[in-house]
Design a protein around this ligand. Structure first.
Ligand code: AMP
Length: 465
């Protein structure tokens, strides 16, 4: 944090009050460096990761500028467009705009693929001030003439490196070309590969560059290091889990193949684990995230790219199955545990040929690694590590007008289960997921299959690995 205030940066009074309500007292470094330049209308290249406060860094000046110039969006027009790689990130950004823009009367919409476009077309028909979108869907809507960027004055590319990884380079170019030449362009990226330099050269005018190092309260995270041979690595992960028994673990691998292999090893040992990597379909990705967040899966195994934008609080442990060659990525990985004042545990498996990367990490963190022998990892507690809940998949969602309350009602009022036996309920467009106590899962599924939700019979199945 910095010692300046948002008012010092040029943020107007009503917006400052909203921020104070959110307990945003001081701007983060990226906000302090970006906001004045953005209010002046400069283009910006922001090299920063999630967790640095970059969303507010662009959302606040956008809200202020759109409110001040009082222009109105015509039908199908968007005054500001924010492109984001995934639907989760798009929704997160849109939620931030809602929070910061409370009382501003600006209209916004969010569009992404994988769902029917009808509602998105309707939301855009009258025009909006702020449009948050994933590239593929935005292009579809533009091609069908449901969206017109001819008068867009601000374009933001968020997590641009990730969008390039996903193959969106040409789509981004098409979108940028549809906006007026005089627009203001902002590009945020965690890394600076060649594609980003190319985009920046092609679409930005003398951008201000702001670079923020990943940082967090490392002191709250206990880090342990274990030397392993490559052949022992996956087995060592099971040993770590049996020893520390973390309620939820994010395990990072450097490759997709390693993710797959690790999940196979863990599942064979009865440890509930799921893999998250780049090319899962949106539906599969949603399902994996729901099951991990609702405590019916103990270990989420992911690559760095797939885990970006994940917003999961309260992770008991992070395991670095492979050491990353990029020391900043390491800091970002372990920052996912030990959040919000809780203590965190970061466990690192290292082979001889990764020792050089460990040296770089020590240098960046300014402290030496604490090494522990693998032989110390003896199982503790009884039996294998089992998550407390199981996810049930119910066919039918918002389209069938199912709401979380209907599911909770069917389980508690109709079937007589207690509120404590029911966990998180996620209602998507076509399907609903509900976490229930592991001990009653099969019984609940069969009783729901025989019963009704909102007067309609439903198809329910237990999601197991
Ligand atoms: P981001 O990097 O945009 O994903 O933001 C990371 C987190 O920091 C979010 O939960 C924000 O709500 C929070 N945040 C952003 N700016 C501030 C601030 N100035 N003061 C306190 N929290 C903030």
């Amino acid at each position: 944090m910095t010692t300046v205030t948002f008012a010092d940066l040029g943020i107007a009074e009503p917006l400052c009050r909203t921020l104070a309500d959110q307990n945003y007292i001081h701007p983060t470094p990226i906000q302090a460096q970006s906001i004045p330049a953005l209010l002046e209308g400069r283009d910006l290249l922001g090299l920063a990761q999630t967790g640095t406060g970059k969303t507010a860094a662009f959302a606040l000046p956008i809200l202020q500028k759109l409110t001040a110039d009082r222009a109105k969006a015509g039908p199908k027009e968007a005054r500001a467009v924010i492109l984001a790689p995934t639907r989760e990130l798009a929704m997160q950004i849109s939620k931030s705009f809602e929070t910061y823009g409370k009382g501003s009367r600006l209209r916004q919409a969010v569009v992404f693929g994988g769902v029917n476009q009808f509602r998105q077309v309707r939301a855009m028909s009258g025009g909006v001030d702020i449009l948050v979108a994933t590239p593929g869907r935005l292009l579809d809507l533009m091609n069908q003439k449901h969206v017109n960027l001819g008068r867009t004055s601000i374009l933001v590319l968020d997590e641009a490196d990730r969008m390039l990884d996903m193959g969106f380079f040409d789509d981004i170019v098409t979108v940028a070309k549809q906006c007026p030449k005089t627009r203001q362009t902002l590009l945020f990226s965690a890394t600076y590969p060649e594609g980003i330099a190319k985009l920046s050269a092609q679409f930005m005018r003398e951008p201000v560059t702001v670079k923020v190092e990943a940082q967090h309260a490392g002191a709250q995270i206990e880090q342990r290091w274990y030397e392993v041979k490559d052949t022992e690595r996956l087995d060592a992960v099971s040993k770590l889990l049996a020893h520390f028994r973390p309620a939820s673990t994010l395990a990072f691998c450097n490759t997709k193949a390693q993710c797959r292999d690790l999940v196979a090893v863990l599942q064979a040992q009865g440890i509930s684990s799921l893999a998250l990597f780049g090319e899962l379909e949106q539906r599969e990705r949603d399902q994996v995230l729901v099951r991990f967040a609702n405590r019916s899966c103990s270990v989420l195994v992911a690559t760095d790219v797939a885990a970006r934008g994940l917003d999961i609080t309260s992770l008991a442990a992070v395991i670095n199955v492979d050491v990353t060659p990029d020391a900043e990525v390491h800091i970002h990985r372990i920052g996912r545990t030990g959040r919000a004042g809780e203590s965190g545990l970061a466990l690192n498996l290292v082979s001889m040929d990764e020792m050089g990367s460990v040296g770089k990490i020590e240098q960046l963190q300014g402290r030496e690694s604490k090494w522990h022998p693998v032989s110390e990892l003896v199982p503790t507690g009884k039996g294998p590590l089992v998550p407390p809940m199981v996810t049930l998949h119910i066919q039918g969602g918002r389209k069938e007008k199912i709401r979380p309350g209907d599911v909770l009602g069917a389980l508690t009022a109709d079937l007589g289960y207690t509120r404590e036996q029911v966990g998180k309920i996620n209602v998507n467009e076509w399907s609903t997921y509900v976490a229930v106590d592991r001990n009653i899962a099969e019984q609940v599924a069969s009783r729901l299959n025989d019963g009704r939700i909102k007067g309609k019979s439903v198809k329910v199945r237990v999601l197991e690995d």
